[in-house]
Design a binder for this molecule. Structure first.
Ligand SMILES: Cc1cc2nc3c(=O)[nH]c(=O)nc-3n(C[C@H](O)[C@H](O)[C@H](O)COP(=O)(O)OP(=O)(O)OC[C@H]3O[C@@H](n4cnc5c(N)ncnc54)[C@H](O)[C@@H]3O)c2cc1C
Length: 376
């Protein structure tokens, strides 16, 4: 049994926590409900690598995703500075490397990233590295690779630290957090407005939502001094190495069209570990501390979306489909949700009309309105 909150946020993974915080800081009375605990162990965000990489994602993602990613990258340090606990965060960019036989991959990567700078994105800060440049930006890779790329505007955050710090901050700022509370669609918790951020847990409510399996290794690799994120381009898989504090490295990740959450396959482990060993032989003596699997919540176009639903007579704003871009996009999406709540507040009679018009609002349209508000 819970008391009626003004706003109930359903799902306290990455997006739910950030949204609850944004609404609370807007002066709202907020309750958060999550099926798992404050550590975030039920969330895709718990397994994720925590990369905020708008430049590298430009090789595969739409222009809007890239624009939102740069926007989020600027917001992360400001947001982290307001949390109750310190969180490991680094904005030192990414070095991209490839083996000599994968030149074609590199050409394609450069072309895709450059294409976004034609539309005004900051991806033109990408730099080509020769042997000397590589030695300067990634000294430990210089004897294995003779060229690479440097993507300066990329960051990373310790995903687990940020989930824990957000849980702590929410409690400190007066959000009522209901952990271990799986929300049942037929009996929503009492609230004036519901915001559904349940990721893949909202599948029954959002046709087309699917899980995309990803596997990640966490290593203790004190002999590997990377300093910044490293990506290896490869035609069959992509490998990233994300250095963390105290000799830790997060290594990922597979992208498999499957909702299977069973443990990592031998094939995935062999491919990722062999690729990492080829990048740096120091991985031979690294210790595998964890192998984990989760599914990214994705919509058919792999872009996020917000929509307003009428569910058992109640208005539910739902946001989902952050796919492989949760850390890249969530601060912007959370602020956009908070802005939408303000908009519905100012025009309460328009709520139902809004819901009917925007059964599924494409994300770029909302983000366009966000950009206009920022500019105003
Ligand atoms: C292997 C892997 C690596 C990734 N790496 C990155 C990366 O480096 N950078 C990046 O930007 N993104 C990355 N992602 C993507 C990122 O993790 C997701 O986009 C992000 O977590 C989505 O956020 P979310 O809040 O929508 O969903 P989630 O983080 O999955 O949170 C959903 C929450 O809803 C809760 N829930 C579910 N059902 C219910 C219910 N019935 N009632 C109550 N609560 C419920 C869950 O417990 C969970 O806490 C990665 C993902 C994976 C799997």
């Amino acid at each position: 049994m819970t008391t009626r909150a003004e706003i109930a946020v359903l799902g306290g993974g990455l997006l739910g926590r950030l949204t609850a915080l944004a609404l609370r800081r807007q002066g709202r009375q907020v309750a958060l409900y999550d099926a798992a605990g404050p550590a975030g162990e039920g969330a895709a965000a718990f397994v994720a690598a925590g990369m905020i990489t708008p430049m590298a994602e430009a090789a595969v993602a739409d222009n809007d995703i890239v624009a939102m990613g740069f926007d989020s990258l600027a917001r992360w340090p400001q947001l982290l500075a307001t949390l109750t606990r310190p969180v490991f965060y680094q904005h030192k960019g990414t070095v991209v490397v490839w083996h000599r036989q994968e030149q074609a991959e590199a050409h394609q990567f450069v072309a895709m990233v450059r294409q976004h700078s034609l539309t005004g994105q900051k991806t033109d800060s990408m730099q080509r590295l020769d042997a000397a440049g590589l030695a300067a930006h990634a000294p430990s890779l210089a004897d294995r690779f003779s060229e690479g790329l440097y993507l300066p505007d990329e960051g990373q955050v310790d995903n687990r630290q940020v989930l824990a710090a957000l849980a702590d901050t929410l409690a400190a700022e007066g959000v009522t957090c209901h952990w271990q509370y799986p929300v049942d669609d037929t009996a929503l918790p009492p609230a004036g407005l519901h915001i559904d951020c349940r990721g893949l847990g909202a599948k029954a409510r959002w046709p087309g939502l699917r899980g995309v399996r990803g596997e990640v290794l966490r290593l203790y690799a004190p002999d590997v001094q990377l300093g910044r994120m490293v990506r290896l381009l490869h035609p069959r898989y992509s490998l990233y190495l994300v250095p963390r504090a105290n000799g830790r490295v997060v290594m990922g990740a597979t992208t498999l069209e499957s909702e299977d959450m069973s443990p990592m396959s031998v094939r995935s482990a062999l491919e990722m570990l062999s690729a990492a060993y080829a990048v740096h032989p120091g991985f031979a003596e690294a210790r595998i501390e964890e192998m984990s699997t989760q599914c990214r919540p994705a919509l058919p176009d792999n872009n996020p979306a917000i929509r307003v639903q009428l569910q058992t007579g109640q208005t539910v704003i739902a946001a989902n489909g952050l796919y492989r871009h949760g850390f890249l996009l969530a601060p912007v999406v959370a602020d956009e949700l908070a802005a939408l709540v303000r908009q519905l507040d100012n025009e309460p009679d328009a709520q139902l009309a809004f819901a009917r018009q925007h059964q599924q609002t494409a994300w770029p349209a909302l983000y366009g309105s966000h950009l206009q508000r920022e500019a105003a």
